[in-house]
Design a protein around this ligand. Sequence first.
Ligand SMILES: Nc1nc2c(ncn2[C@@H]2O[C@H](COP(=O)(O)OP(=O)(O)O)[C@@H](O)[C@H]2O)c(=O)[nH]1
Ligand SMILES: [Mg+2]
Length: 708
Amino acid sequence: MALTTKDIRNVVLLGHSGSGKTSFSETMLFESGAIKRRGSIEGKSTVSDFTNIEQTKGYSIFSTLMHVKWKNSKINIIDTPGSDDFVGEVISSMKVADTSMMILNAANGVEVGTEILWEYTQKFKTPTIFVVSQMDHDKADFEATLDQARNRFGPKVLPVQYTTTAGVGFNSIIDALRMVMYVFNDEGGKPEKHDIPESEMGRAQEMHNALVEAAAENDETLMEKFFEEGSLNESELAEGLTIALANQEIYPVFICSAERNMGSGRIMGFINDIAPSPADRADAPLTNGETLACDASGDLAVFIYKTLSEPQVGMVSYFKVYSGTLAAGNDLINHSNSGQERLNQIYVAEGKNRTSVDNLIAGDIGVTVKLKNSHTNDTLHAKAAPFEVEHIDFPSPRIRAAVQPGSKGEMEKLMKALHQIEEEDPTLIIEQSATLKQTILHAQGQLHLDIIKYRVEKVNNLVMEFEQPKIPYRETITKLANESYRHKKQSGGSGQFAEVHMRIEPFYQGMPPTKDLTIRSASEEELPWGGFMIFQWCIVGGSIDSKYINAIKKGIMQQMEEGPLTGSHCQNIRVSIYDGKMHAVDSNDMAFMIASAQAFKNAFEKSAPQLLEPIYDLEILCSDTVMGDVMGDLQTRRAIIQGMDSDGHYQKIKAKVPLSELYQYSSSLRSLTQGRAKFIREFAEYNSVSHDIQQKIVNSYKSELQEA
Ligand SMILES: Nc1nc2c(ncn2[C@@H]2O[C@H](COP(=O)(O)OP(=O)(O)O)[C@@H](O)[C@H]2O)c(=O)[nH]1
Ligand SMILES: [Mg+2]
């Protein structure tokens, strides 16, 4: 029978690094018959971690699309990397998934990664199932893991299963929804069904009742039935749970061992029976404010959530059909650039293996290759029916590093390689800063940078070295100063002449207009690097012709762009031109530009210049065991603590920290806390640096100038 949208399940695997996501996806593939041999992380043979780099490193870096057939459903499974450095891959996968499966490591319980990912499930309102994996681990502790999850995520976290055989002897699962005990033989796979032992009936029944109650709670008819009869039949229970799961009113907890291949069948069964199909989710928001229903007979809308270049193949685009039915050979329009794209071949994917298909219906996820000019976040639609699906909101970068090629001549090649990576990875921003004279990578963390370096070196055969990125300081003034400058040059026939009298003052919002000068015209320039330059033309009696205004402004802007103190951008200065001289023959634009630049420079030195440094808002989430270390470390970074919040076993610290103190913060924090902390940062403001620091920076700039 042909697949319908109702039969599709899109599941994303989430979890802290090492919780067992990739291994669990491998078990699902094996159990469903999609693969004949079960690979392992240690054997570098899993379907999901198929790239060279992931096998070398031993962990997931990219999201991987796979699918299985289980009962009536086609389940698309997207495995994701656990490290926060690759959170872009997680967010894009969550965009197209309809259910998340949060993997908890039975030996470690709730981890920092779990917390971060939980926030995303709440933000995206994704129905979520917990899977406690590694139940065969000698330190597996289901009760502690469940307690932590309920403590942290609330009483809607409800166990469906538990076991009396946790640890190395793990071989049974008591299922409180079906009220049966599954017993596995040594190979795992399909279990035998046993009656729940008498001694466990009490606990199992209690769990069962909690599930029934949760199922009834969100539907009045079911609630009435439940009150009248004290129970629900199987189909009512399924109906209630479907509603509860879809509305995030219940987070059911399952257990499994990927290593022993135990438990995945029942979980896929639950996904088949209870998890929402794409058509059961809210209509997808579009960029024009409207929404789009997931309907296979609707107008076509294909959203690209990820691209990845593969050797030999080129660009591979991963997409979800949001509406309509896509057929191989369809000609579509890319909404973002109006370009035409023909999707000659469409595929379903099993990691690196792709199978060509004729059609993909609304709700399904697939792959195509060789698109001409389409990227992540682009929507392809039919010519007559333009849609654009709301974009994925990628996180802003958290760390920066400057890069150098192995030799000067390889800069162009390096930039080409980096831009290729940037195109695939929206969480990387490359900045070629003319002011800092550096190429700066803005990335998610040290691991992210390391992987970029690895790709450049292994795939592009180029050398790339990191160096400390310079800080984008700003310059301003703190005092009013008047200065004049005469530019005079006699060279052969005609000469050059211009004289400019200038006042500069520190500018602030709401500053009153100048009283002692006659302002003939004024303009306010919002500077591209932030802050303002106010220009007042106060010439009376025609000592300078107004035709020189632009040249004079240019001279000032030249200095503002490359400040007199350290060559950094200047900001928040009000400049008034109040007198000057010109010469009928020798004056020209060039002469006035030079005179005003020099007058500005001299005035700047007299006006108590102040260097400003960028300050960032830092938000750190850490487990309370490492709180003291994190705080102590912040103190050495000139941080100003803004607040602390305790949230279960986690602490949220907010602080303002100068950017210059955040160099390599992601690796310091990782080693300081053994990975039990995460952070985000955002530019806050520019603040004055202390006198000593300013002196140091000015001196090093001066000696740099002398060397050059
Ligand atoms: N004992 C045991 N080890 C497991 C299990 N699942 C995964 N592992 C191991 O845990 C490590 C991390 O697994 P992986 O699947 O890469 O986790 P991921 O980072 O969440 O994808 C690997 O060494 C796996 O072999 C399990 O069910 N039992
Ligand atoms: Mg993995």
